[in-house]
Write a new protein. Structure first.
Ligand SMILES: Nc1ncnc2c1ncn2[C@@H]1O[C@H](COP(=O)(O)OP(=O)(O)O)[C@@H](O)[C@H]1O
Ligand SMILES: Nc1ncnc2c1ncn2[C@@H]1O[C@H](COP(=O)(O)OP(=O)(O)O)[C@@H](O)[C@H]1O
Ligand SMILES: Nc1ncnc2c1ncn2[C@@H]1O[C@H](COP(=O)(O)OP(=O)(O)O)[C@@H](O)[C@H]1O
Lengths: 425, 112, 425, 425, 112, 112
């Protein structure tokens, strides 16, 4: 046992636990989004996130990790196939394994973020195909650009993106917008009220996201050091400040301090502080937070002004918050702030945004033209939960069976058994 | 027999129940409702989208009673439910043709 | 300060935090199960898990830890009484203390797992007595067999059970089945619909379980090293793959991708990967996961075919998943895979299953014959929440008091105060 | 890299992750309290906690951390202004930064605890002002008294308060009582039923609090060592024992084992073990827990006897549990127990209680006399959610829009658009 | 036309529905309710505060029918809903003046 | 006085409300219901157990009105609620004997 090994053990402990925390962000996101939609499609919203946990985990081992972080790639654009199937990675490479599971959680979360733009109106199978294509063609390359040390072209340009302002938030925000444009507006957009069916669930999601984000941001240091500690502090400060920013904007503009605003402000702050890492100081973090809260509070109204149905404000929060945070580092960085760094930041933001928007648009079109992306009108009106999941979110009825008499029917693959539920017998 | 229906403010339910019990009515059925009339709802705000929610929460109380008691019961309910502010609700009565107690099959007044 | 002390400090940090994560699994389980039952017994379901947190914590200090992990025992069957009351353990033994609190969480979770087999129909006092007896007579010995290093007979046989495939999941699965047989079926089983009252709560439970399971699995390395990192990665992969396995089976067989299926698949994958640790590679973990998902999705229908009321599928998920995972290691282990290891795995699975089934059956009978285990018919029909907990899970009514006029009554120990609530005055 | 640096890295990993866990306690508290109130003010209850996350984060950087923990202060009463704005703290001071973010979470949680005493009846703006004043005038000084090593007067007296029995729980309990007295009783107190609207949410809150409390208690060691491990174990034991203590009391006194009792018992146990740290042994922890459970179960009835409306029992649980735990250490401490230590403990408890009660009373009065603290009668009857947050907690209706036709109205700053929702356009 | 309303125990809904279907009634409307009468509620305890909850969960079933079938339908419902214990509920019938099927505008018996 | 009850599809509630308002009806009471008739429910699947859920969500709207307006109001409701697909629901009217506004005690037409 030597010093390096003990430090490595500490790093593994840190990164593994942070990975678990980031894992929890995807269920957290599911609740954050799920509480915001109408009850008839709440389960579908939850499932859009949960299925990403399934799909991306498998793709990551198959080729995702390799395409993103293969150590031997020489391409500024994409990794190579050396890590395919994790064939040669053994338990002796503890830090690499910890890094692999940590980064996997980012790859799971990013497509899930886009589901908010598509709430209540897409086919579940279409979404599954979309996620497969999107992580492959958009996420893995972009993450390589930004994070593959000494390899990715944005990394080499000196773009500061500590934990994912570009690769995660701008990427998901631009992609979400493109997909929402392809899929079209919800029936009743701008006309029907579509109020959140469960605001405490939204806050639960926000709370879990916030908790997990410490793993996301501070964990991105990969080794627990002063940078990690500063990032943890900055994460808390920006988030707290963004809650205040959003609430104050909302109170002035709409007359109430809303719960949804507090939750949204927290997320906006978390998004905006993500790129900076320990490159800003605590006062800088507060400034980033309060600006992100107020600007995103304003930005969520863009969808009504411009008429695109980004249902749960992926653009307003993730794209705008991500861009804001990415650009502000240019000016607020404790080292090297100035026009030059700002230029680099703008380059990073713009190139990820453009690439993600265009390619996602094409992917969404492809899904729509092949297996279909948009749900049918009847499915959408009745609610996607019944249409794709054959379930109802809640049953608080007195009868304990939904006041709904139930009788057996011919199932997909079974015989009818009238008068009682059909089981797999 | 009459069926008296009262649509009242939720927080007056206790008073109505107590008053009816004091009067000698020993059964009633309650369900949730919403309604509007002169009293309108409130505004809600979700990420900058402001909604007017027109319907105000109400409670519906139903009392089966013999014809002779109907008028008095209406008065009891009206008095107990009143706050004097708009939205206090309505009470109405309908003529009932048959009434049965499920447990025993008794009909008419005996069913109450 | 020397190297060993710093490594020890790292280990303590790791194990203490993992212990907290495993603690959270029991509330997670409570939500996972609680969301699945009808509203009228939801609180009871939650309480069956929460009370285990109380009971087992106390028993652990009194004698549980000693019977399981006493360092000086020479018995292959049971520990001795050296650690009774933790009398001689001091703050100098940090790693031992961390291990004690970490393992305590496993002892809490395992009996709680069985509550799913007994949903909606057992007396709360009966359950309390059952848990006391069960951990004492079943869990502490079996955990000693499997995990007491160089002591337990299954450990000495070379059975691979990294984090609890046998001691936790097979144990709880077989015990749950036995108890369900003694207690009998819910009124209306196979006839009434008994749909979950709150599926988002089921997903919340699954999310918290998943998060905590990183502590459970990766934490079982006790020191953060390559094994821990590999286990963390494998945990994520198997779980993700199992979601896909379950959803695909369900879509083919029943025509829908259900939310309950996704949640159940995740748990099935977590269960099945538990025994392997870092003994399988990532592709092996994916294989274990996808098989666990599909097989368990099929196995949950056994209760209808065979007619036992394992209400929330403890058998279908934990027993079947646990056996599958335990056996598959025999073939998939990166070192020493083959028929011999398979034989050892089968021995471990079979002996735990047999012991747990028989002894649990007797315990359940004892409880039924003494203080009574099965609830009365009236209690069951009205719902256990009112019967044992004098509470109602939810009150979303407009009146804020349940549209339910409330007046005071003579309480257990108080005088009647007509017309208002009785308080402890 | 030297040994000290590696140990420092371990400490940072530990403290940063514990900080994240403590952060999660505030959302946990929000759910714990939020589930207990009537549905019409549930969001307000949640917001009272969430806004503390915003306010205190900002104040902490501005002056809070400096007033509490400035390293160069010579005052036994208050820190100095050396750390104002974190101006001179850099990433080289990793442990200090980690400590700063860790302690920030305590400063957020403590005022939030008081919100339970004020449920359903205070103006949101009044609460905001109250939190600002309270942390400044009460929390920062008191935390300095107790925790500023070699500076605070209670610290120098030798009062044992490992993780916050005095500074957090007695402080919040006494403050909550004072504020509740100023604000007055809820309309209908003692007359109307005010049953919890969502008990599973209460349990969720309790579960998250419990999880986070491992960070709170064990994290307070600041370095992972035997003390940390013992504290983790004791935390679990006292909490488990307190669940049993509360449930048994309740069963004997009221005839039922309630879910709310189990959740409340857990919190009572967590509160009571907080001051002891590793100063008691595991059997002592169990004793503290079981006493805390039973005593707090009795103490929550005081509000009916004495007629003050401490709505969610901040006094019964935090003040009584905190005093109990603080005093019991005097007798149960493994080193130096006895009358002398008891005297010190009593001094600590009494001085914090007296200071907090008096100063909080004045602050609450000030808020009431200036911008107003108590909500209007109409707002209270209709529910604070609509009054201050313009939201409704849940909408499970079939229409997906609350069976509530919605049409646009003139907003705070917009034009009327009849017949459809008004948006920010 | 008559409107038959039945307030019954929730767990009898399935039986009532099946019996009506067997009789030939092919439509009904169901809603949730609570009520009290001879049957009273239960006690709940929250942190030592004991409440009596008077109102017991019930289900309301409404059936529009032609005059001639009314008596028989009442009998079918009463029989299917009966458990013999208090709280089985009440059934009553009201005279209906007009009935319309929304989809087609058909009136009277054709609307059913 | 008449009591007009409409059991309609939930997503037609807005249209019905707007149409009534346009017609001049300024009060109504709404509650949730489920029902079945020609339109049956859907299948749900939970861990391989498939259920047919017969009852379909509906909304019940009640309008108290003077006798003279009743026919017209029925027409307004029927028109606004119609989608032309099965399950559009029913509208019926009952004779009301007394109506009282709780706030003022006014009776009859004045109570509306
Ligand atoms: N014409 C009507 N038909 C049915 N219900 C009505 C009618 N008018 C009012 N209501 C019910 O009575 C409630 C109170 O009516 P409103 O006009 O607001 O107050 P008030 O009766 O005190 O003037 C409404 O919310 C609604 O539920
Ligand atoms: N006078 C009444 N008016 C309206 N509903 C009533 C009346 N009496 C009883 N009910 C309804 O019938 C239900 C059962 O009545 P109850 O007297 O408890 O039982 P039973 O009819 O078997 O004697 C009550 O819960 C209530 O919903
Ligand atoms: N006989 C009846 N009594 C009471 N309600 C009925 C009756 N028949 C139908 N309904 C109600 O009307 C709704 C629509 O009826 P349905 O037969 O499905 O459609 P439609 O009227 O368009 O033919 C049902 O869901 C139910 O709520």
């Amino acid at each position: 046992m030597n010093l390096e090994e003990v430090q490595s053990s500490t790093n593994i402990a840190y990164v593994v636990i942070c990975a678990a925390m980031v894992m929890l962000m995807t269920p957290g996101l599911a609740f954050f989004y799920g509480g915001m939609v109408r009850v008839k499609s709440a389960l579908n919203m939850l499932m859009m996130s949960f299925v990403s946990l399934g799909i991306v985990s498998v793709l990551w081992v198959l080729y995702g990790f390799s395409l993103t972080f293969s150590e031997t790639s020489t391409s500024p654009i994409l990794g190579n196939l050396d890590f395919i199937g994790f064939q040669d990675i053994t338990v002796d490479q503890g830090e690499l394994l910890a890094f692999a599971v940590f980064q996997l959680m980012f790859a799971i979360l990013t497509p899930a973020l886009m589901s908010g733009a598509l709430a209540d109106r897409v086919k579940f199978t279409g979404w599954v195909l979309f996620v497969v294509l999107w992580v492959t063609v958009v996420y893995f390359p972009v993450a390589h650009w930004v994070w593959a040390v000494d390899q990715g072209w944005l990394f080499n340009q000196g773009v500061i993106d500590f934990a994912g302002g570009t690769a995660v938030h701008i990427n998901a925000g631009a992609g979400g917008l493109a997909a929402a444009l392809v899929v079209g507006k919800r029936i009743g957009f701008k006309k029907d009220p579509m109020r959140p069916h469960n605001l405490p669930m939204v806050l639960l999601g926000a709370g879990l996201l916030w908790f997990g984000w410490f793993g996301f941001n501070a964990g991105s240091a990969l080794s627990p050091n002063g940078t990690a500690a500063m990032m943890a502090l900055n994460t808390q400060l920006a988030t707290g400040a963004a809650i205040l920013g959003w609430l104050i904007y909302e109170r002035l503009r709409h007359g109430a301090f809303t719960t949804l605003g507090a939750a949204s402000g927290a997320i906006a702050g978390l998004v905006a502080i993500t790129p900076s890492g320990a490159n800003v100081n605590p006062m800088g973090a507060i400034l980033i937070g309060v600006l992100a809260g107020a600007v995103c509070a304003w930005a969520v109204s863009l969808k009504y002004k411009l008429g695109f149905d980004d249902s749960l404000d992926v653009v307003g929060v993730h794209l705008v918050g991500g861009v804001l945070g990415t650009l502000l580092v240019g000016f607020l960085a404790t080292e090297g702030a100035g026009l030059e760094q700002f230029g680099k930041q703008a380059l990073g933001a713009a190139s990820v945004m453009a690439y993600s928007f265009v390619v996602t648009y094409l992917i969404a079109l492809l899904v729509e033209r092949t297996i279909g992306f948009r749900a049918s009108e009847d499915e959408e009106v009745a609610g996607l939960d019944l249409a794709y999941h054959a379930e109802t979110g809640y049953d608080f009825s007195q009868t304990g069976s939904g006041s709904v008499p139930v009788s057996a029917v011919p199932g997909a693959a079974g015989a009818a058994v009238t008068g009682e539920k059909k089981v797999d017998a | 027999m009459k069926l008296i229906t009262a649509v009242i403010k939720p927080h007056r339910l206790d008073e109505v129940k107590d008053a009816l019990q004091a009067f000698g009515v020993h059964g009633l059925t309650v369900s949730e409702a919403t309604g509007y009339g002169r009293q309108r709802g409130h505004t809600e705000v979700y990420r900058g989208a402001e909604y007017t929610v027109d319907l105000v929460p109400k409670v519906r109380v139903e009392i089966l009673t013999e014809d002779d008691d109907a008028e008095q019961i209406i008065d009891v309910v009206v008095k107990a439910a009143r706050t004097g502010k708009i939205g206090d609700g309505k009470v109405w009565s309908l003529p009932v043709e048959t009434t049965v107690r499920v447990r025993t099959g008794e009909r008419g007044p005996d069913a109450l």
